[in-house]
Design a binder for this molecule. Structure first.
Ligand SMILES: Cc1ncc(COP(=O)(O)O)c(C=O)c1O
Length: 428
């Protein structure tokens, strides 16, 4: 695995030394460089709002919280273990372009899902190793696939291989572009959601090892139940991964990795050479049932402004379907957030927001762009007041975790769905 650099190497990256160029290659073939350079902002609000310079919603991403969470993670893993920061899904909604420079300092490697995510990372100037989790092929064919593989190899993205057809396709692409591809084999040790089949994994590893156009630098698996109370299945998955690797030429030269955030927190024996935390980086525990109680700090705060205030009459209703009826004359305010921004419709009538230091309940249905807030207990509220829609305080009723509970979902969905209309800004 190429991600052997630690914090201090961030200085190199800043000085323009490309960690990619230090990548050891198995057979001395040329090494692809990163195109680097400025790219489009993956987090910019789309279309007109970017043009007009305005955005109704602001997601403040706390640099301090991100630093803190990485420090907590480093405290708990062996000094020899690398961190692969999982930044797929636009950094779980927190904004890749907004956070990348800081994350480059903090992590050793980045984990993404798709070719596009990998290429955007390089376009934004990412110099760290990038591992693409989804299988390299299968998502496209013909010319489209060939072009994508060529580009990924040139950009030195580490590809995930799961079967012999992929090995052939990647090997051919590497030959075409004249530089070695770097790959990890993913083994399905029981999750049943992709990866080399267990019975064929050892042979696949041998095959990749013997391919002169591919450098096999890692083997990994993914846990199905590390975030659930019973960890026996995860332990068995780990045993199977190690058995496969040991039966296929051993661990020499390989980065072995398995731990997602939950396993990282619950099962130290899964740390191996690298951990792959996603949700803990951003400050949320992977589930409610973990025994590990790491003091992570949520790094997201979402705000908007009160757009309009009106008084509705006793007996009147509000929102689509007129699902809520006011018992008395009530001051209400309009908040410019809706399910197009990732504020789930299933929060309708359940959630609160904070305004002028008070928690105010939402009323009626969440629509695409608007929510009605009951201002009965905030008589001083004025148009233009800041409304805190998501709080970074885990104890707040509108923290990511509590909104997830109210909506019957997981924190991942609350943050990942934050839409393109939300402006992301890095704050201290
Ligand atoms: C392969 C892989 N590793 C690690 C992670 C990170 O998981 P988590 O966000 O639960 O820490 C993911 C996320 O789904 C993943 O797909």
């Amino acid at each position: 695995m190429t991600a052997s650099s630690k914090h201090s190497d961030a200085t190199d990256a800043k000085l323009g030394k490309d960690p990619v160029a230090r990548t050891p290659r198995a057979n001395g073939m040329p090494v692809a460089g990163s195109v680097g350079g400025a790219g489009g902002s993956a987090d910019a609000p789309s279309g007109h709002s970017a043009t007009l310079g305005g955005s109704y919603l602001t997601a403040e991403i706390s640099a301090g919280a991100l630093r803190h969470n990485f420090a907590i993670i480093r405290q708990h893993i062996a000094p020899s273990a690398d961190i692969c920061a999982v930044v797929k899904g636009n950094c779980y909604g927190h904004g890749l372009a907004t956070t990348l420079e800081l994350l480059e300092e903090l992590t050793d490697c980045f984990g993404v899902a798709t070719p596009e995510e990998a290429i955007v990372l390089r376009q934004l100037g990412c110099l760290r190793p990038i591992l693409m989790f989804l299988p390299a092929c299968g998502w496209a064919s013909g010319q489209e696939l060939r072009q994508a593989l060529d580009r990924l190899i040139i950009e030195n993205v580490m590809l995930t291989l799961v079967d012999a057809d992929e090995v052939h396709a990647v090997s051919q692409a590497a030959r075409r572009v004249g530089c070695q591809a770097e790959a990890h084999v993913m083994v399905d040790t029981g999750m049943g959601r992709g990866g080399a089949e267990l019975g064929q994994a050892a042979a696949l590893i041998e095959m990749v090892r013997n391919d002169p156009y591919i450098a096999l630098t890692g083997v990994y698996t993914h846990f199905a139940t590390a975030d659930e109370g019973d960890l026996d299945f995860a332990r068995e998955q780990l045993r199977l991964l190690l058995a496969v690797v040991d039966s296929s030429g051993g661990r020499e030269g390989l980065t072995l990795h398995a731990a997602n955030g939950a396993a990282m927190m619950e099962l130290p024996e899964t740390h191996l050479d690298m951990v792959r935390p996603g949700i803990p980086i951003y400050g949320y525990p992977p589930s409610d049932t973990l025994t590990a109680n790491w003091p992570l700090r949520p790094c997201l705060r979402l705000t908007g402004q009160l757009m309009q205030i009106m008084t509705v009459k006793a007996g009147s209703r509000c929102g689509y379907g007129l699902t809520y009826q006011f018992e008395r004359d009530t001051p209400v305010g309009l908040v410019p957030v809706g399910y197009a921004d990732g504020y789930l419709r299933s929060l309708s009538g359940l959630s609160t927001m904070r305004i002028r230091g008070q928690d105010a309940p939402t009323r009626g249905r969440v629509s695409m762009d608007q929510v009605v807030l009951d201002l009965t207990h905030v008589p001083a509220a004025r148009v233009g007041d800041e409304v805190e829609i998501i709080s970074a305080d885990p104890a707040s009723p509108h923290s990511v975790a509590n909104l997830a509970r109210l909506a019957g979902t997981i924190p991942y969905e609350i943050t990942c769905r934050l839409g393109r209309r939300v402006r992301r800004v890095l704050v201290d």
